[in-house]
Design a protein around this ligand. Structure first.
Ligand SMILES: [Zn+2]
Ligand SMILES: [Zn+2]
Length: 342
């Protein structure tokens, strides 16, 4: 029985084109006690592989976190399968705003220690004592309250291309770092302010809100379903959209445009621009913002050094990379001094 992905991304892309079917991209998560993650993982792989599901799914003793795509005409079968799993019955599925048939090209279901690498020791606080979940309308009202401090629980490369008006956006590379920065900034307001938080799909706030309550914050709120669900509700209920720019997402689409505002700038020339790219030098692969003009002038590289390396023949580049390990992660979140406007 096949338990692992066997096709290359290229082979898969060709199959998707050939099938000519529309695919849906969606995400969901659930904290739940899973006794044997490996067995559960295998079960999901076998069932979902047969449904032509592609994506990145993490399973742990503490629950499941999935981002995936599937043919739209198999959605009902997929939903029916989820409903057979007690803790996934009627779960909210965050359906992506912009659809791209190639958002995922492999099915990877992995067993992890945690479903989010949050750097927290869960034994030190009550993870079930969460903040109050609020929907889009209540969130909109809450963030207009002068007693409210709105914090973005995502990393700098996410919030730089889009965030809520007046949100505090910690300049961090990891979730763990942001917790201390936020606590320190608000240490004298633990009781008199509303701490309102949001992230992409809501999962990071599940732990963050409990953590801040443990740290003594009295009024903690979290945006239910994150920016993805907020956007859906705003559209459906005709509410005012208070999110500016693009929502960074962790698949090959990289971002969903939520409003026409461009709040970022090209890291090389400083002109308004909000689309991330990866440095073309395979040994660097830095995630950064580069406008079309700079992309052409810099040959899609983040620095002159990278441009020089990228011009070398493939074999010579490979020689240079020896012992450095492979960097295929498109979300490498490095920073570089070569980028003037970063
Ligand atoms: Zn530029
Ligand atoms: Zn580079």
């Amino acid at each position: 029985m096949q338990l692992y992905n066997k096709l290359s991304a290229k082979e898969r892309a060709e199959l998707i084109d050939k099938a000519g079917k529309n695919r849906l991209t969606l995400s969901f998560y659930q904290y739940a006690k899973i006794g044997n993650p490996q067995v559960f993982r295998d079960h999901l792989f076998i069932t979902w592989n047969a449904l032509d599901v592609l994506g990145r799914i993490y399973v742990a003793h503490e629950g499941i976190n999935g981002q995936l795509s599937l043919p739209a005409d198999r959605f009902n079968e997929f939903k029916t399968h989820l409903d057979t799993i007690t803790f996934l019955k009627d779960i909210r599925l965050n359906i992506a705003v912009g659809q791209d048939n190639k958002s995922f090209l492999k099915l990877k279901v992995k067993v992890r220690n945690k479903i989010v690498a949050d750097g927290l020791n869960d034994d030190t606080f009550d993870v079930t004592n969460k903040g109050v979940h609020v929907g889009a309308e209540q969130f909109n009202n809450l963030i207009e309250d002068e007693k409210t401090v709105l914090v973005d629980m995502r990393n700098h490369y996410e919030s730089e291309i889009g965030h809520f008006k007046n949100a505090m956006t910690p300049d961090v590379d990891t979730f763990r770092e942001s917790l201390d920065i936020i606590e320190d900034d608000l240490k004298t307001h633990k009781e008199d302010k509303n701490l309102v938080m949001y992230c992409t799909g809501g999962i990071r706030c599940e732990k963050a809100s409990a953590y801040f309550k443990h740290k003594g914050f009295k009024n903690v709120y979290q945006l239910e379903g994150g920016i993805i669900e907020y956007t859906r509700q705003v559209k459906e209920d005709n509410l005012e959209n208070k999110f500016l720019g693009q929502n960074f997402v962790f698949d090959d689409r990289r971002a969903e445009r939520i409003s026409d505002d461009v709040i970022a700038n090209c890291h090389q020339c400083g002109n308004p621009f909000d689309v991330h790219t990866n440095c073309a030098n395979a040994a660097c692969h830095l995630l950064f913002i580069q406008c079309d003009t700079c992309k052409e002038a810099m040959e899609n590289c983040c620095s002159n050094e990278c441009m020089e390396i990228n011009r070398l023949p493939y074999e010579a580049q490979k020689e240079l990379r020896k012992g450095q390990g492979n960097s295929n992660d498109i979300f490498k979140k490095g920073r570089s001094k070569a980028l003037k406007f970063k």
